[in-house]
Ligand binder design. Structure first.
Ligand code: ADP
Length: 276
């Protein structure tokens, strides 16, 4: 790399940090692998914080299928440009959303090569007009490979990570790696959420532990990280997500939405406790 390239990179990093410094708390949502509900948790976390009166941004940098536009009912929404910056889409007065899926309008699979991914992540951190926010929630790429690594390395002063798992051992063993990944990168683990934990049968009322239960909780204890709570398997979540009706927003009174809210309460307590 020559001197000019070095200078360009340093200037880019300064711009990026300037932009992110206007955000009080930056939370990365991670998972050991795909399909455990990371995007669902990211969206409902952002919504719950916004419903509590905070100014929130939700940034979807999951290359494997950016699902936030669909989950939030924002499919097909275009991102505007203002003064050379991307303007996130307003979901509500308190919640702004930007997803890779909004920047790549084609429904065809996009073949992202390494440097393109890095460039796209950088642009979504540096060239977005978030304004002043209380929280920015990152729906990060799953796993512990180059993609989440780029996100963690670029968001230098992140508040911490929330790790999503399902209860069975196959998933919790991947999550152990996610926690070690955070430790190696000096990213505080704010806590673990166990998703798809038990199913309450609507007919008989009995709880069935389809993917077992408690795996995330015992793993958290063992690894000495906070456990933030469990979310059950909830058929309404699937239906609501498919219909683009964000769950806690439309079904706020349900027991599962209350679980989300209590997780958020714990998370906020943990963040504010760590700050003082
Ligand atoms: P990831 O981001 O980890 O790949 P998603 O959030 O896209 O996972 O969720 C994968 C699928 O599982 C989606 O269809 C979503 O609606 C569903 N899902 C997520 N959490 C739950 C839950 N608690 N109960 C039922 N379905 C869920």
């Amino acid at each position: 790399m020559n001197q000019n390239e070095n200078l360009d990179q340093a200037l880019e990093q300064i711009d990026l940090e300037k932009n992110l410094n206007r955000i009080k708390y930056k939370i990365l949502v991670l998972s050991g692998k795909g399909g455990v509900g990371k995007s669902t948790v990211s969206a409902n976390l952002a919504l719950s914080l916004a419903l509590n009166g905070n100014k929130v941004g939700l940034l979807d940098v999951d290359f494997h299928g950016p699902s936030i536009p669909r989950l939030m009912g924002l499919e097909g929404r275009q991102v505007d440009m203002k003064n050379d910056k991307l303007v996130p889409v307003n979901f509500s007065e308190n919640l702004k959303v930007l997803s890779l899926g909004m920047l790549v309008q084609s429904r065809d699979a996009v073949i992202w090569r390494g440097p393109m991914k890095m460039g796209a992540i950088k642009q979504m951190l540096k060239d977005v007009e978030w304004g002043d926010l209380d929280y920015l929630i990152f729906d990060s790429p799953p796993g512990t490979g180059d993609e989440p690594l780029s996100v963690v390395q670029l968001v230098k002063n992140a508040t911490g990570a929330v790790v999503v798992t399902t209860p069975q051992a196959l998933s919790t063993s991947d999550v152990r790696r996610s926690i070690q990944f955070c430790e190696k990168l000096n990213l505080p683990v704010l806590g673990v959420i166990e998703n798809m934990s038990g199913f309450v049968c609507p007919s008989c009322g009995a709880t069935h532990d389809i993917f077992k239960t408690g795996g995330g909780e015992s793993m958290s204890r063992e690894m000495n990280v906070a456990f933030l709570g469990k979310i059950p398997i909830e058929p309404q979540i699937v239906q609501a997500s498919d219909e683009g009706k964000p769950y806690v927003y439309h079904y706020g009174k349900s027991e599962t939405a209350q679980s989300f809210l209590s997780i958020v309460e714990q998370l906020v307590e943990k963040i504010k406790g760590a700050k003082t």
